[in-house]
Design a protein around this ligand. Structure first.
Ligand SMILES: *Cc1c(COP(=O)(O)O)cnc(C)c1O
Length: 229
């Protein structure tokens, strides 16, 4: 069920700040997406490949689909024909595969680099050492990577009530973004996105410089993982 009032107030709040709302519809039925689409929402986020492929086939073609979850290289081909932005690139091999599949589809796919900013082991993303390694590969092979465009960074803060900690982690991501902005080989005009903030912490994320928030449960209600879709 879509919370229309929550969507309206959130949209007004974010528009005033120039922040993009990605409505995270994972596990929710296509009918919920259709309902929010009718309100004017166009950016939706999913993190299961098969579910995204099914929903893309059923729903309006002008939806901008964001893939926000961990992506396995062997599944890139299924979403490459239509995905708008892949948020969670955390290895050079994955970037190369996205480039290859984008080329096959005659497109350029936009991606974000996922950074590990939480102190939890379970969260995906690169640490600083891995980022340096990634960038050196990217710089040396950039000529062959014409079908991907690195547009910014993405990260998830720790699951905690400690707002000081969350703030620190988001500030860390903003700092990484600012440092990357000065890398000569990243195209500056398209490197402009910081994807951070979810239902519980988006206000802090915006204070720390987020340009896109990924919000699910606040808009669609709690998810039930034992009975998906
Ligand atoms: C599910 C998910 C979200 C949305 O979380 P909510 O707490 O429901 O707002 C945001 N980002 C990612 C990567 C997710 O997997």
């Amino acid at each position: 069920m879509v919370n229309v009032a929550a969507w309206q107030s959130l949209t007004a709040e974010l528009q005033a700040k120039g922040v993009t709302l990605i409505a995270v519809s994972k596990t929710k039925p296509a009918s919920d997406i259709q309902e929010m689409y009718a309100l004017g929402q166009r950016d939706f986020g999913e993190n299961y490949v098969q579910e995204l492929v099914d929903k893309h086939a059923q729903l309006p073609q002008d939806i901008r689909w964001h893939y926000i979850g961990h992506l396995q290289s062997n599944k890139v081909k299924y979403i490459a024909p239509f995905v708008h932005l892949i948020h969670a690139v955390d290895s050079f091999n994955l970037l190369k595969e996205i480039n290859k599949q984008a080329a096959k589809n005659n497109r350029t796919i936009k991606v974000l680099l996922q950074m590990h900013i939480a102190d939890e082991e379970t969260k995906f993303g690169m640490n600083n050492t891995e980022l340096v390694e990634f960038l050196s590969y990217y710089e040396s092979q950039q000529a062959e990577l014409q079908h991907v465009q690195i547009c910014g960074v993405m990260g998830m803060a720790s699951f905690t009530d400690d707002e000081v900690k969350i703030k620190r982690e988001f500030a860390q991501l903003k700092n990484i973004f600012d440092n990357l902005l000065h890398s000569a080989f990243l195209l500056k005009d398209s490197f402009n996105s910081i994807s951070m903030g979810m239902s519980s912490d988006y206000k802090i994320a915006i204070e720390e410089g987020s340009t896109m928030v990924r919000i699910g449960s606040m808009l669609f209600g709690e998810r039930q993982y034992n009975n998906p879709k």
